[in-house]
Design a protein around this ligand. Structure first.
Ligand code: GDR
Length: 329
């Protein structure tokens, strides 16, 4: 019989890549979809039509129980969250409810669903490098002290430790993937990489004249989302649940990203197109993230395939096509 997976956050970038990956492995894939008339659900139905959508909300425990009863999953991937860090200062309570307490709601629903038979389901929690925040060592690994710098990061820390707690308290096969930034042409335009690649495409086509950003000196370890979802799956195939850092081991600044993206459309000096605004600076930013994924490499056999330059090229090329279709053709 085909294995069954339930994914929360299925309409997001990672949810879509993970759905495609699991469907290709022969899984029956179920996705929790929030809200009425959700446009992202329509997009999911178009892009990955074989996902079976179930209505539910991480803040509504009864809907989670119902989703588990309908999907009868062997594996649960909890990717659902309010994921935009800057927004979390403006809406800290709802971020804590969804990104933090939502994890507890899902873990508790899974525990009920197992009915005491812990082998019935395996659980993946989407933890984040934002938990390292004011990084206490470079590079960051599983043992690095967590020092989150945003309501989002604090909420993710809650979810991370709750996952560990369910593993230790109830013997659940619950793993936490500490994923560093991962991008793709499916990345939302509010995140800096996609904001840049989209603007670069529009500037090169003459439909936008400038791009306003915040902190250009922030450094991130950027990988390709398509590579990272495979690591999620690998974690759930291990005999024992555990926590893993998933990263490329190379970090770049926002400036480096601008260099690479503009270079791709033949613009060497981007300074006349880019300005910065204090409104886009965060109350407390994370200066530098760099991950050490040695444990994932040795235990899971996972390694990233797409390097930084190829990632930027992939995103700019996608946006050039998309913007050309929208504005020029
Ligand atoms: P991040 O991603 O906060 O790392 O979280 P984001 O792309 O939003 O920011 C990265 C860095 O770029 C700086 N920056 C800007 N960011 C945005 N969004 N917009 C701007 O105009 C801008 N200018 C500069 C930021 O200050 C920051 O330093 C992402 C999310 O996907 C999280 O959900 C996830 O957990 C982590 O990655 C790993």
């Amino acid at each position: 019989m085909a294995r069954r997976a339930l994914i929360t956050g299925v309409t997001g970038q990672d949810g879509m890549y993970l759905s495609e990956f699991l469907l290709a492995q022969g899984y029956d894939v179920f996705g929790l979809v929030r809200g009425q008339n959700n446009p992202k659900a329509t997009l999911l139905a178009e892009e990955v039509p074989d996902v079976r959508q179930i209505a539910g909300d991480l803040m509504d425990p009864s809907s989670l129980q119902r989703a588990l009863a309908l999907a009868e999953p062997d594996e649960v991937y909890n990717l659902g969250a309010i994921s935009y860090v800057a927004y979390s200062w403006e809406n800290p309570h709802v971020t804590a409810d969804v990104t933090g307490k939502g994890v507890l709601n899902m873990l508790a629903a899974c525990l009920t669903y197992t009915g005491g038979d812990h082998s019935r389901v395996r659980f993946y929690q989407a933890s984040s490098s934002e938990m390292f925040g004011k990084a206490q060592e470079i590079p960051q690994r599983e043992s690095t002290l967590l020092w989150p710098r945003s309501p989002y990061g604090v909420s993710k820390v809650f979810g991370h430790y709750m996952t560990i707690n369910y593993r230790e308290s109830y013997g659940m096969h619950a793993s936490s993937g500490i994923l560093f930034n991962h991008e793709s042409p499916r990345r939302g335009p509010e995140f800096v990489t996609r904001k840049i690649t989209r603007a670069v495409a529009r500037i090169s086509l003459g439909v936008q004249s400038e791009l306003t950003l915040g902190n250009l000196d922030a450094q991130r370890d950027w990988g390709y989302a398509g590579d990272y979802v495979e690591a999620m799956w690998l974690m759930l195939q291990q005999p024992e649940a555990d926590d893993y850092v998933i990263a490329t081991g190379v970090s770049h600044s926002v400036r480096d990203f601008l260099d690479a993206a503009f270079a791709h459309v033949g613009i060497a000096d981007w300074s006349r197109y880019v300005r910065t605004s204090p409104h886009l600076m965060r109350p407390a930013d994370v200066d530098r993230l760099l991950g050490d994924a040695t444990k994932a490499r040795t235990h899971l056999g996972w390694r990233p395939r797409v390097p930084f330059e190829d990632l930027v090229r992939m995103m700019v090329e996608h946006d050039l096509k998309e913007q050309w279709t929208l504005h020029v053709r």
